[in-house]
Design a protein around this ligand. Sequence first.
Ligand code: CTP
Ligand code: MG
Length: 175
Amino acid sequence: MLAQVVFAVWAVLPAYLPNSSAALFGGGKPIDAGKTWKGRRVLGDGKTWRGTFAGVLSGSLLGLVMNYVNSVFGLGFPIFSVSVLVLLPLGAMLGDLVASFVKRRLGKERGRAFPLVDQLDFLVGALTLVYLFNYSWSVQNLGSTELVILFILTPVVHLSVNVVGYVLGVKNEPW
Ligand code: CTP
Ligand code: MG
């Protein structure tokens, strides 16, 4: 069981890092350029080009390092192909953007909590992209057991990481 948890987390770790990197390196021009739709921001000031690029890049680089460690030490974890190296962090950032779009439509200001959506948007985005564009890698490494594990574990991990980020002053809210 523990081995399966470690395996599942390994397979999506490049999708876990982008949120933290975006919070660390984000800032500058918002993606929606300040535009509103029906009186509310399209995405809000919390979604910037710099944060998004930093997120995708850091996730891909992490995946590369993980591939290296995995093969050098013969750990037998999933190897990320080039497409997966991009799809996981890109999907994570896109899922987060979609969630902000929905939050603004629901009248939630930037930074307001949206329980479960804030914690799972990036996982759903990453899984959607990787299943859509690299189905064989996805079914091979992320079966139903792994998916159940990830949907239970991710909100816990996400909240814990954000509380640490909040205490360190990197994040404005602990969620
Ligand atoms: N961030 C960014 N670009 C992104 C995602 C995040 O620059 N694509 C940065 C922003 O500085 C943001 C912080 O990371 O404030 C935390 O991200 P998140 O919690 O997703 O944004 P919120 O500010 O809470 O905004 P929202 O309500 O839209 O989720
Ligand atoms: Mg937030």
